[in-house]
Design a protein. Structure first.
Length: 402
């Protein structure tokens, strides 16, 4: 149904191009209002022109819905009799579907005539400032729920050189409220120790006031000292002539402790309303735990944990004499055992000797991603003291060795 409405709308726009050269108006209206206007079956988005005394206006037949804090475009075009030359456009906002009064004026193309409704100051603008193009579409930024109501147009100009004007009876209904769009978060692959940047994008705005964007951590991240050194940046991205996307980036160095922590991006709009999105962080890491400072004949007990799943976990030892891959299934020494679980591997070496000292590396591989951690194991030998006595010289010699 929505596709048919949009197709019909474009056909109407092309016709208007040929007759009135206002394609820009309708194309912009399609972008910003087509999604939020709910139309009944068989009705066009803009409807048919409504005419009175050769003054014609084309606006939406259906209520336009929008969200607080964002913006709305009220699509509109008009024609006047040949004897009338338009000079200024005035928009009114009414609380009910009745004729609006001058006290309800929200916009005037004459800059010397400010609107009486002060709450609309600086928030209303024409999409096309040239009145001669007969494009009366307006954009209202920083929407508030109080902006809901009926909007009516008046055109002022000259008839046979005399000041004249006409107020169109056809009005457009706008409803501000409903579900708030959530921000969009871009989450790259996170690897422990590698600097990364998260991006949070607020819903696309045609607002004149940029929203506030803040980041909030939960879980272990709240106590991580690296988070205190994270860097945030704010930037704007122009999407069209009337819309911008506001982004915030957060740059930090992930740690294993941040795995499964949550981070929230909160958007605060000019009307003090908020919307937010929370994501769970998956940090790729390998971490070796265990006592690496041993004495001879003790047991080396190292556990390698990984966040990759499923993962192929391997141990490798670099020593003073040989470098070897400690395999998980074959060629293990009699005093060596490896126990595998889904996310970890435990290496046991019983009755260690000086030969077992060295650099131990654990690698975790999943698809094309391989990460590692390492630990330096030291083995202190047990000293044996020998006493040598020279009775002739009356000398006692102590010799200690491993």
């Amino acid at each position: 149904m929505g596709y048919k409405l949009m197709t019909y709308f474009i056909k109407v726009s092309l016709k208007e191009v040929m007759d009135k050269k206002i394609f820009l108006l309708l194309w912009t209206s399609l972008i910003f209002s087509g999604r939020s206007i709910s139309s009944s079956a068989g009705a066009s988005v803009l409807g048919e022109p409504f005419c009175s005394n050769e003054f014609c206006i084309t606006v939406s037949n259906d209520e336009i819905t929008a969200e607080p804090g964002l913006c709305v475009v009220i699509p509109c075009s008009f024609t006047t009799p040949s004897y009338f030359k338009p000079q200024h456009l005035i928009w009114f906002k009414c609380e009910s579907n009745k004729i609006c009064f001058h006290s309800e004026k929200i916009f005037h193309t004459n800059k010397n005539t400010p609107p009486y409704k002060s709450e609309f100051m600086g928030r209303v603008s024409l999409l096309d400032p040239d009145v001669n193009h007969q494009n009366c579409s307006i954009r209202i930024s920083d929407l508030r729920e109080s902006d809901s109501g009926f909007y009516q147009l008046r055109v002022n100009g000259y008839s046979d050189r005399a000041s004249d004007g006409f107020t169109f009876n056809k009005r457009t209904s706008v409803n501000v409220g409903g579900f708030r769009q959530k921000p969009t978060m871009t989450l790259p692959d996170l690897t422990e120790g590698h600097q990364t940047t998260l991006t949070c994008s607020a819903p696309a705005l045609c607002s004149t006031s940029p929203p506030g964007i803040s980041w909030m951590w939960s879980g272990a991240a709240e106590k991580d000292p690296l988070i205190n050194r994270s860097i945030t940046a704010f930037k704007n991205e122009t999407l069209t002539a009337v819309t911008q996307r506001h982004n915030s980036t957060l740059t930090f160095i992930p740690t294993a402790e941040l795995h499964n922590s949550n981070i929230t991006c909160r958007i605060r709009f000019s009307d003090n309303t908020t919307t937010e999105e929370t994501v769970n962080l998956h940090v790729n890491y390998v971490k070796i735990t265990g006592n690496a400072d041993l004495n001879e004949n003790m047991t080396l007990n190292l556990t390698c944990m990984t966040s990759l799943s499923p993962a192929e976990i391997q141990w490798m030892k670099f020593g003073s004499k040989t470098n070897q891959l400690i395999r998980t299934s074959v060629a293990l020494h009699n005093n060596t055992a490896i126990y595998l679980q889904e996310d970890r591997s435990t290496l046991l070496i019983f009755n260690v000797t000086a030969e077992d000292a060295g650099l131990y590396i654990c690698t975790s591989k999943h698809l094309n991603n391989t990460i590692k951690d390492e630990v330096n194991v030291t083995v202190m030998c047990e000293s044996i003291t020998y006493y040598c006595v020279d009775f002739l010289k009356n000398i006692l010699t102590l010799i200690a060795c491993c």
